[in-house]
Design a protein around this ligand. Structure first.
Ligand SMILES: *Cc1c(COP(=O)(O)O)cnc(C)c1O
Length: 397
């Protein structure tokens, strides 16, 4: 286990420079107080509706269905996308584990597709190659050759506030009749070819966990243009209730709805989304300048098709050129009260998904070895950014 400084509840920015803490400086208190004063604290209330509308708009979709967290939104997206038990879903190898777990919740199996090395997103060429060479397509059904499993959906994950290259992925989805679900949980406000990330997928999912760009404490959203999928998600997340008064339920549903109190925080957060994005982009520029001359550090790149929000500003450490590994740098920064974090264990190495097919994985392995996310809170000061930059230079020596 690598050592990492931990932040106890109640810690403040003065206790060091944390990886990513929420920014609370808008109307959060006023809207939460309104919920408490009016007693609209549960999952019915005007803030839930407002929050769904503003997030759907930001995501470039017609409908938003608020949920308890992003993982629940992914679960419901797979159900609404028609994924059945025993089927397979192609998903990013380099991702936080939630989308892979959600695939398992519906009884399906993930197939992990490696990242491309430049922007670290799922490799659309590898995805297309897998479907072409490792699957059979007949009578409108795509099956993985090795297992005979039907491939039902694609679940690319836009990681770190950079969008996946969705167009070629969409082409694959259309060619084989697959549902296209985007895990855009890290990428609210991110742009792809002039549209919001997630806008080009059938269903896109967002998270409002505490470390995301905007937060509700915990929360998620399923966004879609399809009124039937939106309606079904709304139904399933409210215990599949058929009658507003009688306790009659048409099928097994879930208690996945977001509360009005959380949505109130979200509405306040969304009012400042553009400011947050501007702040994150300015921080990224500042980091780029501070680290430009440091040998052995590669700063993140923004694709020509992308507008990045730099959810977590992440660099690659070339051990030979930098003089130490990313993990040693993590420990040395930690000793200076600066919190950093590697990227996730690639899914093809996860014990939780040990039986899944993996297609490639060398890039994901390299990213896991070399990547380090630097402090990325919206509220970082210039002084803090400079402290991080100076610490990295000093540690390298
Ligand atoms: C944060 C995140 C999620 C969902 O997170 P919740 O904590 O369930 O809201 C899903 N996928 C990715 C890639 C994430 O980073």
């Amino acid at each position: 286990m690598t050592q990492a400084i931990s932040y106890e509840p109640g810690a403040t920015l003065d206790d060091g420079i944390p990886l990513c803490v929420p920014e609370i400086r808008g109307n959060e208190w006023a809207y939460v107080r309104d919920c408490l004063d009016t007693r609209w604290v549960s999952s019915v209330g005007s803030y839930v509706k407002q929050f769904e509308e503003v997030v759907a708009r930001a995501a470039g979709k017609k409908y938003g269905v608020a949920m308890v967290n992003g993982t629940a939104a992914l679960h419901m997206a797979l159900v609404c996308g028609g994924v059945e038990p025993g089927e397979a879903v192609l998903v990013s190898d380099m991702t936080f584990i939630a989308p892979a777990n959600a695939i398992r919740y519906v009884g399906a199996q993930p197939i992990f597709i490696d990242a491309e090395p430049v922007y670290w997103q799922i490799d659309p060429n590898a995805l297309a190659r897998f479907c072409e060479h490792e699957c059979r397509f007949s009578e409108g059904v795509l099956r993985e050759s090795a297992t005979g499993r039907r491939v039902r959906a694609l679940l690319p994950v836009s990681v770190l506030g950079h969008p996946v290259d969705l167009e070629p992925i969409r082409t694959v989805a259309e060619r084989y009749g697959l549902a296209l679900i985007e895990d855009a949980t890290e990428s609210l406000g991110t742009g792809y070819k002039g549209r919001p990330a997630g806008a080009g997928a059938d269903i896109s999912c967002f998270s409002f966990n505490g470390n995301k760009l905007v937060t509700t404490g915990g929360g998620g959203m399923l966004c879609t243009d399809d009124p039937i999928a939106a309606e079904r998600a709304r139904y399933l997340t409210t215990q599949a209730k058929d009658d507003p008064i009688e306790y009659v339920h048409g099928e097994v549903g879930y208690n996945y709805r977001l509360t009005n109190v959380q949505a109130a925080i979200g509405v306040a957060q969304l009012e400042l989304l553009d400011e947050y994005i501007a702040a994150k982009r300015a921080h990224a520029k500042r980091y780029d300048a501070l680290l430009a001359e440091v040998p052995g550090i590669a700063t993140p790149r923004e694709a020509p098709y992308a507008f990045c929000t730099y959810w977590l500003y992440t660099v690659l450490i070339d051990e030979a050129a930098f003089g130490m590994s990313s993990r040693t740098l993590l420990e040395q920064l930690s000793a200076r009260n600066i919190q950093t974090r590697p990227l996730w264990q690639p899914m093809h190495r996860s014990a939780a998904h040990r039986d899944a097919t993996a297609y490639g994985g060398a890039v994901a392995d390299q990213l896991n070895r070399d990547a380090l996310s630097l402090p990325s809170s919206v509220g970082l000061t210039t002084e803090q950014l400079e402290t991080v930059g100076a610490a990295i230079r000093a540690i390298r020596g």
